[in-house]
Every structure is written in C-alpha cells, then in structure tokens.
Unconditional design. Structure first.
Length: 140
C-alpha cells in the first residue's frame, strides 16, 4: 500500500539546492539528489537519509484536482500549487518524505495535507511528526 502527503503552497522553490538549504535549516539528516531539476521532475527522487539510500516519489500534481478530490477538506484558501510525495512500505522513505515536505512547506509558506488521517499540518507540525518517526526508526 502506498502512502502520500501533499504540500499546498502559492510558491515553488526554484531548485533542489534551495530545497536542500531549507532541509538543512530544519536540521534534518537528509540529502536530496541535487542533479534533479525540481521544476520538471516526476517520479522517484533519490535521497540519503542518515547516509543510507532512500527517497520518495515526488510529483507536481494539479492543485484543482487535489482540492476537488478532497472537497470535504477545509484547505483554508485556494492554493496555486501542490507538490505530492508518495512512498511504499519502507519507513525510511516515509521519514524522508515527511522531512522534505516539512522543509518545502516552510520555505514556500505552505501547508501539508495528509489524506490517510485527513489532517492538515503546519510546517512545524509536519517537522515534529518527521522527528518523532525518525527517533522511533533510528533510535536517535
């Protein structure tokens, strides 16, 4: 079963380097593949989590489709963009996705929607969820 989260925002980061800066500013031990062109990227985005191979699928989805699909959700405003993250059963990929989403949302002034639980998260809430999951998985 795959899992997903979505960052809704009105801005886009210009590069993976800018995204990496945001990840490092949050103190995460996550390194994205900087050879990726984030503006056109679709599919698996390799990353290193605690110096181990990881990653997640990352897509620029249609924000209107997302908001229509989840029409019962209060998104608080009409967002212009959505960056979606998907992963399978590997915990390290979910942790990497949550870390990357938290940093992206913070850097773009966005929010994170987690449809499995039906919850909206602020960037700090998503960051805390990532840190709790990381602590449980890596015993940090």
């Amino acid at each position: 079963m795959s899992m997903e989260i979505h960052v809704l925002s009105n801005l886009a980061l210009p590069s993976v380097e800018a995204w990496q800066d945001a990840i490092e500013a949050d103190g995460f031990n996550l390194k994205l593949d900087e050879s990726t062109d984030i503006a056109t990227h679709k599919g698996f985005l390799p990353a290193l989590l605690h110096n181990q191979q990881s990653g997640f699928e990352c897509f620029h989805d249609d924000v209107n489709d997302l908001m229509t699909t989840y029409e019962d959700v209060d998104f608080a405003q009409d967002w212009k963009r959505v960056l979606s993250f998907r992963w399978g059963s590997l915990a390290h990929e979910g942790i990497a996705a949550f870390m990357a989403a938290a940093a992206y949302a913070k850097a773009t002034g966005g929010v994170v929607y987690e449809p499995q639980e039906g919850i909206m998260m602020t960037p700090p809430q998503c960051r805390e969820a990532a840190l709790r999951w990381e602590k449980a998985e890596f015993k940090t």
